[in-house]
Write a protein that binds this ligand. Structure first.
Ligand code: SF4
Length: 259
């Protein structure tokens, strides 16, 4: 439970991260954490959130990284505003703010995060909040992410942060039904600060049925038509399918999109 440097695909999201919940009650079918942790511990059940936070250890870690000027993502192996969260995330934010850190919050429940909006605003330009959008309707969302807020809740929560002047982003990953991701992208462009677009990893082989080159081309067209040049990042795995779509250096440079 310390700040660490993510490797590989995770680095595309953030140069530093901090995971402080074990488990997540959003119950996403495609969640990679269960498989990953289950490899080392067959009894691990990612759907159960265990809260045993060693705040002293986190304070020491925050102190060690003081002045590093690198964004810390909350979090990779759980959701900072999962249902079980009960004030722990505000304590973590207070610690990171006290040491002047830059923070990116990624949550499927930005409406719940509104309870911490004053604390979040107190970071000034050292913070941004993002959500993941997958499905454009409640039926699919509840089928695939039964414990997570429905898409309209995520959009509404993020919009309220945007209106309050908090930097924000949306992650389109995983992309499971491309037409739905494109529909969502069109809906959020009027207020979102930046966008990250990925694909679906190896979940049940579904990715093999999708025309990723077309999805990439369609997504970039929507972004360009709406003046989002350089305000989006195409993840490496999706860009590997690129068949001639022009992307600027910033649109493929993960570091440009870190705080
Ligand atoms: S919100 Fe994230 S960590 Fe939680 S179950 Fe879904 S994919 Fe996994």
């Amino acid at each position: 439970m310390i700040i660490y440097e993510p490797k590989g695909k995770a680095y595309e999201y953030s140069p530093l991260a901090l995971n402080y919940f074990s488990g997540c009650d959003h119950n996403c079918y495609y969640c990679y954490v269960n498989d990953q942790k289950g490899r080392w511990n067959p009894d691990y059940n990612h759907n159960v959130v265990e809260i045993k936070i060693d705040y002293d250890r986190i304070i020491k870690s925050a102190k060690k990284y003081k002045g590093c000027e690198k964004q810390i993502l909350l979090s990779f192996t759980g959701d900072p505003y999962c249902q079980a969260e009960n004030g722990e995330t505000s304590k973590i934010l207070e610690i990171l703010n006290n040491f002047g850190h830059k923070v990116a919050i990624l949550t499927k429940n930005p409406e719940k995060a509104l309870k911490d909006i004053e604390l979040i605003k107190s970071f000034g330009n050292r913070i941004k909040i993002g959500t993941t959008l997958t499905f454009d309707n409640d039926i699919h969302s509840l089928e695939w992410e039964s414990g997570a807020p429905i898409p309209t809740s995520r959009i509404s929560g993020l919009r309220q942060f945007s209106e309050a002047g908090v930097a924000n982003f949306i992650s389109f990953e995983p992309v499971i039904i491309p037409a739905q991701s494109l529909n969502l992208l069109s809906q959020v462009i009027p207020f979102v600060g930046s966008v990250k677009i990925g694909m679906l990893n190896y979940y049940k082989g579904i990715y093999k049925t999708i025309d990723w080159a077309k999805f990439l081309s369609d997504a970039v067209k929507i972004l360009r038509d709406n003046g989002m040049d350089d305000k989006f990042y195409i993840k490496k795995n999706l860009n590997a399918y690129n068949k001639g779509v022009y992307l600027s250096e910033n649109e493929t440079n993960a570091e440009y999109h870190h705080l």
